[in-house]
Design a protein around this ligand. Structure first.
Ligand code: GLN
Length: 459
């Protein structure tokens, strides 16, 4: 009976669904085709998409998964969303996520739990769990997520879908509700590499509204993604792939390592040369990430003061400080508060040198470490997450275990480098039912096209 109840409760990928908008946009597309104007349709015409609720959508409620923004309807679109609209996507709604993208399970959403479509007693990962689950459950062709420390790649792995974390600056952050601005990236999730690449084509590119967005040329990321049957027999001939040793050993579930080992053999059979590499300082990533991400968050989230926008207790008669306290006390959940406290502590006068400054030094070492490793090889490979999907309720009350799960993804954010998570098989050891596993193909700055080509051989 419990199982039936679980099943009927459904995956619940969305916080807000907008049927009307889908119907209107679809009717508009129909009309343009009927009027003989079909050739003016954008590259994503008719493609049903969901958008993580950390991205602003004009006229459509945007909560970032938090009660603080329960009634917030942005007057503007995030640049990435605006570009998708221009490309004629059908916007189905806003996908569930951990509040302010802080979490790894989507259980820290203030709205509801999202279930993993492969096993509804498990989490979809996070923080872009709704975006990954919506694709895995076949509710959307593609979705957007955001990745500050792994939030596209880890849920992609837990739900067995493709996720791309672009190079920092490749996609505009304008209209992305900030978590940690020096790490935040917007990227696509989709069923297959080609679909994810098609979305990346649309959302990439310079935006004068985001001073950190890049002016680099944008290649056609879908180019060279021939259907499998027309691939030459050794499409990876001459490609040097480094297997990151620190990502394959201790702390990684046996079933995950086995799936990634099989993936490596597959790459070899297609002509790639596999080498063992070490990324110096990589293991320092998690502590450095949690100091830097929470420091930036403590500053970014200061804007939720009950005055400018979002929840406000201003109706009550109270001192200014009480207004802040009451608004933030009720609007922010325990995980968000924990992070604001950690970040405020790390930045405070007596501790900034010991924590924030040291973490910045570690960040430089990690960036250098990736640079050195990527001198020896063209791309790096490792698992996208150390475990398959956890059972609901298992790590949410154990923050340290949850934070440690980010060990394989945060390094790339600290270095600003791109990575593609692509399903490579199943872990058949952790649970009684096989659970999906993604490999993570990582590379040099702005080298997404190469990563996409390598990822494509897993389709
Ligand atoms: N799990 C990581 C965190 O909780 C990453 C989140 C993210 O990338 N938004 O911070």
């Amino acid at each position: 009976a419990a199982q039936r109840h679980t099943r009927s409760a459904g995956v619940q990928s969305f916080i807000t669904v907008d049927d009307d908008q889908v119907r209107r946009s679809a009717a508009d597309i129909d009309e343009r085709i009927r009027a003989g104007d079909g050739s003016s349709l954008g590259p994503l015409a008719g493609v049903v998409m969901g958008i993580k609720d950390t991205l602003c959508t004009q006229g459509l409620r945007t909560t970032a998964g938090s009660r603080m923004l329960e009634n917030y309807t942005p007057p503007y679109d995030a640049t990435s969303v605006g570009r998708l609209r221009k490309a004629d996507m059908l916007l189905a709604g806003k996908c569930n996520c951990d509040a302010f993208a802080m979490g790894s399970t989507t259980e820290a959403s203030d709205y509801h739990v999202t279930r993993n479509p492969w096993d509804q007693n498990r989490v979809p990962g996070g923080s872009s769990g709704g975006s990954a689950a919506a694709v895995a459950a076949g509710q959307c062709i593609a979705t957007l997520g955001s990745d500050t420390g792994g939030s596209i790649r880890q849920p992609a792995s837990f739900c067995g879908v493709v996720g791309i974390k672009p190079t920092y600056g490749r996609v505009s952050r304008y209209g992305l509700i900030a978590y940690a601005s020096s790490l935040d990236c917007v990227g696509p999730l989709a069923r297959c590499v080609e679909d994810a690449a098609a979305v990346l084509n649309v959302i990439s590119g310079h935006d004068k509204a985001d001073a950190t967005s890049s002016t680099q040329d944008i290649p056609d990321f879908t180019q060279g993604l021939e259907p499998r049957e027309s691939l030459q027999s050794r499409p990876l001939q001459g490609v040097r792939i480094g297997v990151v040793q620190q990502m394959m050993g201790e702390g990684v579930a046996e079933g995950v390592t086995a799936a990634v080992d099989r993936a490596c053999r597959h790459l070899e059979s297609l002509g790639a040369e596999l080498l063992e590499v070490v990324v110096p300082s990589l293991e320092l990533g998690t502590p450095a990430y949690y100091v830097l991400a929470t420091s930036e968050a403590s500053s970014n989230l200061a804007r939720y003061d009950g005055i400018r926008y979002g929840l406000s207790s201003a109706g009550e008669k109270q001192e200014l400080k009480a207004l802040y306290r009451n608004t933030r006390g009720t609007g922010l959940n325990a995980e968000v508060k924990r992070r604001i406290l950690m970040g405020t502590h790390a930045l405070s006068a007596g501790f900034i040198d010991a924590y924030y400054k040291r973490a910045q030094q570690v960040r430089t070492l990690i960036r250098q470490g990736f640079h050195d490793a990527l001198q020896q090889v063209d791309v790096l490979i490792g698992p996208a997450a150390p475990t398959p999907a956890f059972e609901l309720g298992t790590v949410i009350n154990d923050p340290l275990t949850m934070y440690k799960n980010d060990v394989l993804t945060v390094g790339l954010n600290l270095a600003g480098l791109p990575a593609v998570a692509v399903p490579c098989g199943f872990d058949d050891k952790t649970a009684s039912n096989p659970l999906p596993v993604c490999v993570q193909i990582m590379g040099r700055a702005f080298d997404e096209a190469r990563l996409i080509k390598v990822a494509h051989v897993f389709e």
